[in-house]
Design a protein around this ligand. Sequence first.
Ligand SMILES: [Zn+2]
Length: 107
Amino acid sequence: MPNCPMCQSEYTYEDRGLFVCPECGHEWSESETTEEAMVVKDSNGNVLQEGDSVTVIKDLKVKGASGAIKQGTKVKNIRLVEGDHNIDCKVDGFGPMKLKSEFVKKL
Ligand SMILES: [Zn+2]
């Protein structure tokens, strides 16, 4: 739960889609809270979106696999996730995989 934007109370609760502060009585909707959207950028600084296709810009070693994902490998239909490896995808020949956005380029 977000703190109350009026009095910073931690004791807010949700009621029928609204956040309610029991301390000052303030009510507000979720869309008013300033939650930062996750932005994932590729090696060129282009913003990536769910479902984008990318290419790998350098050979990437894969733990537990015999080979590496080769530079130039195309990866379709990426998903964006939080964390250090912020791209969730399926790489042909390797299966489900998480990649770092800094090692890919948007197609
Ligand atoms: Zn309040």
